[in-house]
Design a protein around this ligand. Structure first.
Ligand code: SF4
Length: 64
């Protein structure tokens, strides 16, 4: 699975970082970073949960 975030949609509310903290990180200056854009399969459930929780539909999952 490839994980990307549409930063134009992201509103930096940190929902995804709380659900999948090893994949998503919010910097002190409110910039969202994908720490691991090709994560192991065991992280798939938490990444899907993060994508579902994102109110802006900013998390894009491909090849899943
Ligand atoms: S849940 Fe969505 S809007 Fe919130 S920080 Fe993550 S990508 Fe951005």
């Amino acid at each position: 699975m490839k994980v990307t975030v549409d930063l134009d949609k992201c509103e930096q509310n940190a929902l995804c970082t709380g659900i999948a903290p090893t994949v998503f990180e919010l910097s002190p200056d409110d910039h969202l970073t994908v720490l691991d854009d090709n994560p192991d399969d065991d992280l798939t459930p938490s990444i899907r949960a993060a994508a579902a929780a994102c109110p802006r539909q900013a998390i894009l999952l491909t090849g899943a």
